[in-house]
Design a binder for this molecule. Structure first.
Ligand code: NAD
Length: 291
């Protein structure tokens, strides 16, 4: 059996998987691969699958499966698995990092200090304590974020059409209810037909003035031009973003918009998460072989 590690995983994973067969990171050997391990970079679309006649199992280290053509994989009898629970803490901590960074000007302060500037008077911080956090998509990551926000004394409300009750957030019946009431809005939805472009010029009108927006979900759930306009007009105070239309982004308007803190899709990239993903990959291959 040939296992192709196509994206970045923990460095120790190759040694762990060698008991199952040959392990390679040579992508030119995709045609021989029985198992392919991917994260978000490799796109397993029709042409990829057509070039991999031996492929029986795709394991996506992480949550989102939007880089895999699930219907075509199914048609070809290829099993597709992911590691949905592994990344929740890593991403929730990063969403929290963005929220607390943009409200305290961490990136701006650091950048200007390195330039020899002292902007103490210009930098007015805002506390999280007593503020309302609105979470869009209260699944695993949204729930972990809510717990952390509660520890900071925030009120947490959420919109999720598929979740009716929660121990950590007050559910609101519509997204508008959340946007109208939130000082901070954090996005944790998958990319679907329903969520694509969900934050746009119309929905941005529903935000409180000077709200903070954080997106560690999927880049295409916002319309970047509209968010950039809202930042320029001051409707949004700041935006913390980890996710893009493509990795890396090409010609994103956010580069020139004010008060944007940009991260290179780091949500799942904690050392601990990569180890957890590696353990789940090993279990998944073991299960697959024993079937
Ligand atoms: P999850 O499935 O547990 O939660 C997603 C939630 O979104 C679900 O509760 C679902 O009901 C809800 N949802 C679906 N459609 C919605 C809509 N129209 N409006 C509001 N809510 C809606 O998934 P998760 O593990 O919490 O991950 C959430 C997302 O985070 C993933 O889909 C992925 O896109 C993203 N993610 C990003 C990174 C990163 O590196 N930044 C890493 C992992 C996951």
């Amino acid at each position: 059996m040939l296992i192709l590690i196509s994206d970045a995983f923990d460095a120790g994973l190759t040694a762990k998987l060698e008991k199952f067969g040959e392990v390679t990171d040579d992508k030119s050997r995709v045609a021989e691969a029985d198992v392919v391990l991917i994260r978000s970079k490799t796109k397993v679309r029709k042409d990829y699958i057509d070039n991999a006649p031996n492929l029986k199992l795709v394991i996506r280290g992480g949550v989102g499966l939007d880089n895999v053509d699930l219907d075509y994989a199914k048609e070809k009898g290829i099993i597709v698995k992911n590691t949905p629970a592994a990344s929740s803490i890593a991403v929730a901590e990063l969403a929290f990092t963005l929220m607390i960074s943009i409200t305290n000007h961490v990136a701006w302060a650091d950048r200007t200090m390195h330039n020899g500037e002292w902007l103490k008077k210009q930098m007015k911080r805002t506390e999280l304590y007593g503020k309302t956090l609105g979470i869009l998509g209260l699944g695993r990551i949204g729930t972990e974020l809510a717990k952390r926000a509660i520890a900071f004394g925030m009120d947490v409300i959420a919109y999720d059409p598929y979740v009716t009750s929660s121990d950590v957030a007050t559910m609101k019946p519509t997204m508008k209810d959340v946007l109208n009431a939130s000082d901070y809005v954090s996005m944790h939805m998958p990319l679907t037909d329903e969520t694509k472009g969900l934050i746009n010029s119309e929905t941005l009108k529903e935000f409180k003035d000077e709200a903070f927006l954080i997106n560690t979900g999927r880049g295409k759930t916002i319309v970047e031009e509209d968010v950039a306009d809202a930042l320029r007009s001051g409707k949004l105070k700041a935006f913390g973003n980890d996710v893009w239309y493509s990795d890396p982004p090409e010609n994103t308007v956010l580069v020139d918009a004010p008060n944007v803190t940009m991260l290179p899709h780091l949500g799942a990239s904690s050392k601990e998460n990569l180890l957890r993903i590696g353990d789940i990959v090993e279990e998944t291959i073991e299960e697959f072989i024993s079937q």
